[in-house]
Design a protein around this ligand. Structure first.
Ligand code: GLY
Length: 251
């Protein structure tokens, strides 16, 4: 089902202190990040989504990456228990918005789970078992949301969605490393060239796909697969180890 709502949160005053291993982290501009975020919200709105703003948070540097705070499926939300201590505390703002809309449940210790690990595709979920999400997290998600969950185990990565996202029409975009994983069986897979791997984190709204600017080959592949592509400038998001999906919860 196509999403109708997007939960977002403007980058807070401490954004430049985000968790990041990006080599250009030290050059991140809060002003530019806010401009890029505003354009993102405007684009989602133009695509027909109701954009719901969680009040800005100026305490937790990574708070604009709302995707990690909750997994929504089947009309319910699991509020995530973040793996990184420095991100625990972002969730109440997002939970307050979600609980006005649907039943919520908080993931509990020893679970760690972050929405950036969870690909939604045709009523099922494909979750990374990663540096941020553990088996207990996946189990709690599966039980509360009452959905089938396939997993991809890779304890070296932060979030699966940096490598695998669902475009729609049974088509996934996945980097070479995951393209033949059994969890993706039954989907047609587009594999971007290695220099375009960052572009594998896409955000689909109907037949339109938001993709990071600067990755022309990956964009062309998605266009040739029958989608409209909107190219988004996300340099300041990328410098905080974020990407397009990280900035919203769609439902
Ligand atoms: N900067 C996003 C994260 O590390 O969680």
């Amino acid at each position: 089902m196509d999403p109708k709502h997007a939960i977002v949160r403007t980058p807070g005053n401490l954004y430049t202190s985000c968790l990041s291993e990006h080599p250009l982290h030290h050059t991140v501009s809060l002003k530019k990040a806010r401009e890029q975020h505003a354009k993102y919200c405007e684009t989602l709105s133009e695509l027909g989504l109701e954009v719901i703003h969680v009040p800005r948070d100026d305490v937790f540097p990574d708070s604009c990456f709302v995707e990690d705070n909750a997994v929504v499926e089947n009309g319910k939300a699991l509020i995530c228990r973040m793996a990184k201590e420095s991100r625990r505390g972002e969730q109440p703002g997002v939970a307050a918005v979600l609980e006005g809309i649907m039943p919520i449940k908080w993931a509990e210790d020893p679970a760690t789970i972050e929405g950036g690990d969870v690909v939604h595709a045709k009523g099922k979920l494909i979750s990374g078992l990663s540096l941020r999400t553990n088996l207990e997290g996946v189990t709690q998600m599966k039980e509360w949301l009452d959905v089938p969950v396939a997993t991809i185990f890779d304890p070296t990565i932060m979030h699966l969605k940096s490598y695998v996202t669902y475009l729609g029409k049974d088509i996934m975009i996945a980097t070479e490393k995951y393209a033949n994983h059994p969890a993706l069986e039954g989907f047609n897979i587009l594999i971007p060239p290695s220099e375009d791997e960052y572009a594998a984190d896409t955000l689909s709204v109907g037949d339109t796909v938001l993709m990071a600017a600067g990755y022309d080959t990956a964009q062309l592949m998605v266009k040739e697969a029958g989608f409209d592509v909107i190219s988004m400038e996300v340099s300041e998001i990328q410098k905080c180890d974020g990407a397009l999906t990280c900035l919203s919860i769609l439902f």
